[in-house]
Design a protein around this ligand. Structure first.
Ligand code: TZP
Ligand code: MG
Length: 204
């Protein structure tokens, strides 16, 4: 299955609570989301494994992969399709070795130094940002804007997805910056109609 980064939904337990996590994710997939990342900074590993297994079952047959944020052990235990890690979330080589060659492995990158250091052979894609400041991540790095994003994309050895404060109206600028897609939390989760919110993004 080729990796389609065009519209990447990252979940948030609080923002997805209105319609329920599974229902929000399924609605978003009906609306055109191409990749789902389960992200929960507060759940225990056991809770996250349970959520991941339920989401994985719900997504069966959709062709949309389920990626786990940060926690390698959760990704392994839940049989998820992949893992997304940040700069401080452990070793890329170790994650690749544990997950095997078929799994999707993504890394968040904020700077050119980080780009210069990474081993692209162990990774499938990069998350680049934040493009804008966002209340959805309390400890985010300095916002890049679209010029900073374009510079990171130009230096990236891998497919990339932009993240951070992105809404429908930014899709064209993200495309022009060269990224392969947008990753969003609040533009879909926490909206009154997650399916319509996803559908509003331009197809690629
Ligand atoms: N990483 C960088 S910004 C961000 C993450 C997880 C949050 C993105 O959320 P939103 O609501 O799309 O700005
Ligand atoms: Mg992380």
């Amino acid at each position: 299955m080729p990796l389609d980064l065009s519209l990447y939904l990252v979940t948030d337990a609080g923002l997805c609570a209105d319609h329920g996590l599974e229902e929000t994710v399924l609605a978003a997939v009906r609306g055109g989301v191409t990749l789902v990342q389960l992200r929960d900074k507060h759940a225990s590993d056991a809770e996250m494994i349970d959520q991941a297994r339920r989401l994985k079952a719900a997504l069966a047959g959709s062709g949309v992969p389920l990626i786990i944020n940060d926690r390698l052990e959760v990704a392994l235990a839940a049989g998820a399709d992949g893992l997304h890690i940040g700069q401080d979330d452990g070793d890329v080589a170790r994650a690749r070795a544990a997950l095997g060659p078929q799994a999707i492995l993504g890394l968040s990158v904020q700077t050119h130094e980080q780009l210069a250091r990474l081993d692209p052979s162990a990774l499938d894609y990069l998350g680049l940002g934040p493009v804008f400041a966002t209340p959805s991540k309390h400890d985010h790095a300095e916002p890049q804007g679209f010029d900073g994003l374009a510079a990171l994309v130009a230096a990236s050895p891998l497919p990339s997805v932009a993240i951070g404060g992105l809404k429908v109206e930014h899709a064209e600028a993200v495309r022009q910056a060269g990224a392969d897609g947008l990753a969003v939390i609040s533009a879909i989760c926490g909206t009154p109609d997650p399916e319509a919110a996803a559908r509003a993004f331009p197809r690629r």
